[in-house]
Design a protein around this ligand. Structure first.
Ligand SMILES: C[S@@+](CC[C@H](N)C(=O)[O-])C[C@H]1O[C@@H](n2cnc3c(N)ncnc32)[C@H](O)[C@@H]1O
Length: 195
């Protein structure tokens, strides 16, 4: 496997020492973007929020810094990410406000109409079947609830991630409405609501 593919693989499914290193380095560039993207969320008291592809768990922690009464759930396919996210959020986990599980986006371990907000930052380009996975995301969102997807535009241009450019259209076809895009420092945020 080429070195570039090895590194890209670590973004898609961080594993072991290299995976930890990638997650730690990634946060340096993602921090500003994360804060920008989170500023568009309509957080309210005791909401249930899900972070898909939670990585090192920094987004989960920031959500609770913004609104301390939230219940924040995190899922990720990588056990390395899950371990880091649990460690990062030990304090709120012990209070029962953070629940982190190893799971893929394609079969979310939650009831229908469960979440008030779902975030998915820098992850949707790795999902196995975007159209189907968006339906699964919609299933666990409450009607009218907010979905925020954020991604690096440069990665969306890679041949590896072809067919992922038309996210707005896919969101519409999957039953999301009021789709708005914002761009910032080479990243794009798609905000939408379950119809
Ligand atoms: C580039 S990292 C982004 C982490 C974090 N959201 C951030 O913005 O810093 C991508 C994460 O998505 C996770 N991921 C990839 N495919 C996934 C899937 N099918 N379901 C859930 N998580 C997935 C990876 O394991 C990894 O932790």
């Amino acid at each position: 496997m080429k070195i570039i593919d090895k590194i890209l693989n670590q973004f898609a499914n961080p594993e072991g020492f290299l995976g930890k290193l990638v997650l730690k380095t990634m946060f340096i560039s993602h921090k500003r973007i994360m804060n920008w993207a989170l500023s568009y969320l309509k957080l309210d008291k005791e909401m249930k929020v899900l972070d898909i592809g939670c990585g090192d768990g920094k987004t989960i922690k920031r959500l609770l810094e913004l609104e301390e009464s939230l219940f924040v759930y995190g899922i990720d396919i990588s056990s390395t990410s899950i371990n880091m996210a649990k460690k990062e959020n030990r304090f709120y986990k012990e209070k029962g406000q953070v629940i982190i599980k190893q799971s893929g986006v394609s079969a979310l371990p939650y009831l229908d109409d469960f979440f008030d907000i779902i975030t998915a930052f820098n992850t949707h380009y790795f999902w196995p079947d975007l159209a189907k996975d968006l339906l699964e995301v919609k299933r666990v969102l409450k009607p009218g609830a907010q979905l925020a997807i954020c991604a690096r535009l440069e990665l969306l241009d890679q041949p590896l991630f072809k067919d992922k450019k038309q996210l707005s259209q896919k969101l519409r076809l999957s039953g999301f409405k009021d789709i708005i895009c914002y761009d910032y420092l080479g990243y794009r945020l798609w905000l939408s609501y379950k119809a």
